[in-house]
Design a protein around this ligand. Sequence first.
Ligand code: ZN
Ligand code: ZN
Length: 319
Amino acid sequence: MAKQPGGDAVLRGTVGKPKEQGNPRERRAVVDLHLHTTESDGRLTPQQLVELVARQGLRVVAITDHDTTEGLGPAWEAAHAYPHLTVLPGIELSTDIPGNEVHILGYFIDHQDPGLQAMLEQFRDSRVGRAKEMVRRLGSLGIAVEWQRVQEIAGHRAIGRPHIAQAMVEKGYISRPQEAFEKYLGRNGLAYAERRKQTPEEAVQLVVQVGGVPVLAHPAHLNDLDRVIGELQAAGLQGMEVYYAEYPPETIQRLEKTARRRGLVPCGGSDYHAFGTPGEALPGEMGPPLEVVDRLRSLRRLESGVGITRPLAPPGPSP
Ligand SMILES: [Zn+2]
Ligand SMILES: [Zn+2]
């Protein structure tokens, strides 16, 4: 039985206190709209991720891999086993503004749109060029990482810095991938290389073009947030992340106010990658209330397509 969401008081207030005080690993939300898989830089396959979020008792999740939608099919397939779980189509697009990186999430995109897939392929190509350049720069610093090995580590996934970092660990140049980012591959790192990216406005427009709902990801680090929001709203922005796992309560409150003032849907999630780093938030440790999913759903342009969404199941016991 499926209940129409939104009209039920039980569905509200899902971001509450943890059931047990003092246990920060407790699931706090039933919605998590920011999750990565092995199709980009996550460590769990789409199947493993779906199993995990189902175990965590989540009800609505979105797969938001970087510049790829390849994880969606396998995730939907795996989700058949969990009737209480809805998996929304999503993506996270990397873009640049001077001096800063801006990520745009897109929900309810038509992932089968050929134009979208062509654009994503272009981004991935520029990612390859950039990764190669960083391997070259490492070489000139005396760090001999083989390009072929980096490709092997990446497999069929979008190649990127985590794969270079892993190759460096294998060769014993560093002991943890984190170190590679701190010293070499991070924005101010010795081997860092830029790639040609789209602007945030272009990313927002791309999401709109394929019927999706564009949302500004983890915006707290942006200087001049109001100006950025204004420009992106002119391009079609509909939401921004507020309930983001890394953010302390003060930041969440500030962003809640901004979202309300600007008429943006307050989204969020864990940005889970399964990196296994200490303190990494698990899926569901943070997320927006369930009614946010309805607001997003009402904003999408395509009614059809994207064999995604059965109606939300009523709250039930965690599997
Ligand atoms: Zn991001
Ligand atoms: Zn992310």
